[in-house]
Design a protein. Sequence first.
Length: 262
Amino acid sequence: MDDSGSQLLDLQRHVARLEAKSSPSHIIAKYGRAVDCMSTSELQRHATHVAAWSSLGSLSAPWLPSAIELLSKMLSCSGMQARRGLQPRLKLSLDMVEARAYERMAMIEAGTQTEEQIAWEKMVSVLDALRQGQDQQGGTKALLILHRETGCWLSMAHTARSNWVLGLEERLLRAQRDDGKELRAIFRSATAALAAPRLKCNDQCGGQPLDDAAKRRLQSGLQKRLRRLVINILEGGVLDTNDSRNSPALCRLLRLLETFSL
């Protein structure tokens, strides 16, 4: 078993131990009261556990929203930025929690703004900011625009989403091959709307079944069209991957691909 496999088993054990407790909510609250006094190493260690709870815990667990909120609080602490680089187990757990976040946000009915969606959006925003600071990539304005466009996409009804994708396709057809600014904007908008790829699953898989709204979105092919847009731009060779203004979208795309391979 490789390192990531053993780390995943360890994270699953942490989740099982929490779920076996008589009151997981009290343990999460205890972590929350201690956050401000934690050192950087303590923050990273405990954030690993909380991210595991958030990504692997049961979606029906009453304590899950509190775990998500606690993770956002931990990732926002200045101590989390005090040391360059994140521990491998923490990186893995954050990749998994981000994958669940995008999956859950995509499955929430378009045009609604639930408490769960708000919690996931905040967590993703904080996580992106943390990684931006850790990687020292710059592009702060581009990151804010990416967040704004993701929020717009999540708040759209199905018809508006269809029009959004159609508009991007038409803009790409009109764009000049050497128009880096327009290609950058189209690439960012398409990436902002991307959801994590979903593995085809048989009856023995443990994942959650798709609800009716998710099935309609899957059948509409919007995600397939968005992926085609992104691939066409990258294969065109014009987008400057070294430009810091492209870094937030490229990093999000890379993480979506990494979570698919977990």
